[in-house]
Ligand binder design. Structure first.
Ligand code: ZN
Length: 678
């Protein structure tokens, strides 16, 4: 379908006059677009010019592989998403009416939101967007599309109108992508596309039967498949070449094979080849073998994620969305994470958790700071700033994990936030504002490092505890554990001794901003009347509210009113650290013992509900500042240069593509799947 030009790029360049010079921070325009609750940024790729020609070639092939699964994610997020996206794009590019009309402007915002969320549900809040254009406008525009447009979408006008118009406009259909409310059937009430015709009970029974008792090296059950019931039979449709999503996976394989041929070393080559083999077999044992090889590859300069990875989008926390990125090491900043990793055992031994839950020997924590060259799948256009993989508990215990902080993304966030008035509105006094101005970027990066390289890798499950025991609460508990680990240790003197922070006050910038966010400002991301659903947000509120409740007597942290507005005041930072340590011990106990009832109680009590009056106040104060609560990114555009013998000689990078151009191009060049996949 997609034609990939490997030779027609014309201009020949030697490596020295390459276009890969990274623009300086000051010359770089980070802001690309803004709409609804989103701001779209671009990121620099520092030091890409320092890669060797061979590394640039590898990077290019991995970049291409990272873009091939975009359609997979749309389909995983909801079974109508691809059809809807294609229809919206066809209407958008075909439109020849008044582009200043309210209908068209609202339609454009809706399409941009679908691009951001890889579907019709909010990428973070999971609820379905409300279209602000009229149904009549949309139906009229569908009817104007050409025969070839309908062919590409796969349905004719009447079919489209009867199938997707209700999905978009009827607020009762597919209300949420991911329901985590307690006491309802999570499968039946979630619109994500990981299960078909099944109840939660049927899903649980299916996988409970599959799990072997006392298996010390369990596969990640259900990770790479859709579970369906057809003609009364329940079975998995595996994502693999020749299986579900085959066309997109085959494209990824094509580029991975090219990458394997120019790998930096044998270890990296074996990683890529194992991934290809797993994509062909769909065998989760092979996925584990791949993960083990990938963890061991710490020598390569370039690294990547490509595949069915994180399970946040599945209400049962089993099925993974397709995700990709390509990155290379930021050598200077990695010295910081080397220090952390080098002291991993000290942190484990000195953690405030119960001895029986600690790892006697912390293994192979490989942490580094990276710059990404491309974001793909569930990491695009919104992306995490730190990643720790693999997720399999026994692999982490036996082989360790790799942990990264993405510094060119945190840089873009930080640069885009300068001078937006946020701290001035929400911080209690100039003292906190000065603290944050001085130390927030540094402590944010350190907190991410500690969260990823030590937090997730710390502690252990007691023998016989089911890693899925906490079910829908598992992700929140796990994120809380990692965050608490970072927060607690950030305030120990050892951090200053190790040279990770400049003095004994710097951590306060992180504490203040964390509590301000967890108690107040993250609520700006939630619509009035709604609860918190997303695991990381739940975790932040859990920590902040639990410590606030604990501080009822000692007033270590409190909420204070001034002129009718609410502020966080931290009176005793050391006491706050002590409470964080108490909570870390309890969260680790819940995780280690698989205490589902305690996980449910602590999450439901502290992490989910909002105070309506406070929520309203925060939203109103925030609205005055005109800042978008969410950020997404456009990728740079890469163009390979080949010589007359079709030999790769250089890679060009361009930062000028805008958000709309990028998505229309991706939908054209990486449109690998039919609108409906079975
Ligand atoms: Zn995490």
């Amino acid at each position: 379908m997609t034609t990939i030009c490997l030779c027609a790029c014309g201009s020949k360049k030697s490596a020295d006059d390459s276009d890969l010079k990274t623009p300086a921070i000051n010359d770089f325009n980070y802001k690309v677009d803004a709409f609804a609750d989103m701001e779209i940024l671009r990121y620099r790729v520092p030091e890409i010019e320092k890669l060797t020609t061979n590394q640039k070639e590898l990077l290019y092939y991995l970049n291409e592989a990272a873009l091939q699964g975009r359609d997979i994610l749309f389909d995983q997020n909801g079974k109508y998403n691809l059809c809807i996206r294609r229809t919206l794009e066809a209407v958008y590019t075909n439109f020849d009416g008044d582009k200043t009309s309210d209908n068209f402007k609202a339609f454009e915002v809706y399409l941009k939101r679908v691009w951001v969320s890889n579907g019709i549900h909010h990428h973070y809040g999971n609820h379905k967007f409300t279209p602000e254009f009229s149904q009549i406008f949309f139906v009229n525009e569908i009817q104007k599309l050409s025969a070839s447009a309908f062919e590409k979408i796969g349905l004719n006008a009447d079919e489209l109108i009867s199938v997707i118009v209700p999905v978009i406009f009827d607020s009762k259909i597919a209300q949420t992508r991911l329901n985590q409310a307690s006491g309802v059937d999570l499968i039946k009430t979630s619109a994500s596309n990981y299960y078909e015709n099944l109840s939660q009970k049927e899903v649980e029974d299916f996988y409970n039967k599959m799990k072997k008792p006392n298996d010390e090296t369990p596969i990640s059950y259900g990770l790479n498949s859709k579970l369906v019931k057809e003609d009364g039979k329940i079975f998995e449709k595996t994502y693999k070449a020749g299986g579900l999503y085959s066309a997109a996976i085959e494209k990824a394989i094509y580029w991975l094979e090219k990458a394997a041929a120019v790998a930096e070393n044998e270890q990296q080559k074996s990683v890529i080849e194992k991934l290809i083999s797993y994509y062909k077999s769909g065998d989760l044992r092979e996925f584990d073998e791949y993960a083990i090889l990938w963890v061991a590859d710490t020598a390569s300069h370039i690294d990547f994620i490509n595949g069915f990875t994180e399970t946040y989008g599945d209400p049962m926390g089993m099925k993974a969305s397709w995700e990709a990125n390509v990155n290379f090491k930021n050598v200077e900043a990695t010295k910081r994470t080397d220090i952390i990793s080098g002291n991993a055992q000290w942190f484990e031994d000195n953690s405030p958790t119960d001895k029986q839950f600690k790892k006697e020997k912390v293994k192979g924590i490989a942490a580094k700071v990276i710059n990404v060259s491309i974001l793909g799948g569930d990491g695009y256009p919104t992306t995490p700033i730190g990643i720790n993989l693999p997720n399999s508990n026994w692999i982490r215990a036996a082989h360790g994990s790799k942990s990264v902080t993405i510094e060119n993304i945190t840089e873009a966030y930080d640069e885009a936030a300068h001078g937006n008035g946020f701290a001035e509105e929400f911080a209690w006094s100039n003292e906190e504002i000065n603290l944050m101005n001085k130390y927030k970027f540094q402590t944010d990066n350190l907190h991410t490092d500690l969260h990823e390289c030590l937090g997730h890798g710390s502690g252990k499950l007691l023998a016989g505890v089911d890693p899925d025991a906490l079910q829908a609460y598992g992700a929140t508990i796990e994120e809380a554990r990692a965050d608490l680990f970072g927060l607690y240790f950030m305030a120990v003197p050892k951090i200053v001794e190790l040279g990770l922070l400049p003095n004994e006050d710097a951590y306060k910038a992180q504490y203040y901003s964390y509590f301000m966010n967890g108690l107040l400002t993250q609520q700006t991301r939630i619509e009035l009347g709604k609860n918190i659903e997303e695991a990381h947000m739940r975790n932040r509120q859990l920590i902040a509210c639990w410590v606030l409740a604990k501080s009822a007597d000692d007033k270590a942290v409190e909420l204070k009113q001034r002129d009718g507005e609410t502020f966080v005041v931290i009176n005793d930072y050391k006491k706050v650290q002590q409470h964080l340590g108490e909570l870390l011990a309890e969260i680790q106990r819940i995780k280690s013992t698989g205490d589902f009832a305690a996980a449910r109680d602590i999450v439901e009590t502290y992490a989910v509900k909002l105070n309506p009056a406070l929520h309203k106040e925060i939203i109103e104060r925030y609205a005055k500042l005109n800042i978008a609560p969410y950020k997404g990114f456009v990728n740079p555009v890469y163009t390979p240069v080949f010589d007359e013998n079709n030999k790769f000689i250089d890679l060009k990078i361009d930062y000028t593509e805008n958000f709309v151009e990028q998505h229309l191009r991706y939908s054209k060049d990486y449109s690998n799947l039919p609108s409906f996949n079975n």
